[in-house]
Design a protein around this ligand. Structure first.
Ligand SMILES: [Mg+2]
Length: 132
């Protein structure tokens, strides 16, 4: 699946620190045949990948549509179909499917949302393989 991750309050906190287990989960998802994309409503966030050494995992970076989600994809140059989205706001999930995560605003080493994301992707992948 093409898995799209939001940036602010999804992958990083307000202070720019990375959510726990992001690289580990990215690595596992890729090993299982998924592709990772990063998008944000405030622009192309390549710097986040650079800062946190995520570039090897990220296939591409896009601008996230904030309204009229499906029609905006082409206008924003999103050339890949989002199969599963991870976002702290439910609107994008409502449009494309995926999981709404607990907003990661302040650094919290005990946060385990990325593990939940991984388990949801795994569950969905298994369901698809079983044709259900
Ligand atoms: Mg966000």
């Amino acid at each position: 699946m093409n898995i799209f991750f939001d940036v602010d309050s999804t992958l990083i906190a307000r202070d720019g620190s990375l959510r726990p287990f992001v690289p580990q989960v990215f690595e596992r998802l890729i090993a299982e045949g998924h592709r990772i994309y990063v998008w944000s409503g405030v622009g192309l966030r390549w710097e986040v990948g650079e800062q946190h050494r995520l570039r090897p995992y990220v296939s591409d970076v896009f601008v996230k549509p904030m309204y009229d989600h499906h029609n905006s994809l082409r206008l924003l140059g999103v050339s890949v179909k989002p199969d599963f989205c991870v976002d702290d706001h439910p609107e994008v999930i409502g449009a494309f499917g995926g999981v709404t995560v607990w907003p990661y605003e302040d650094p919290d080493p005990l946060d385990r949302e990325m593990e939940r994301v991984y388990q949801m992707v795994r569950g969905l992948s298994k369901a698809r393989l079983n044709g259900s």
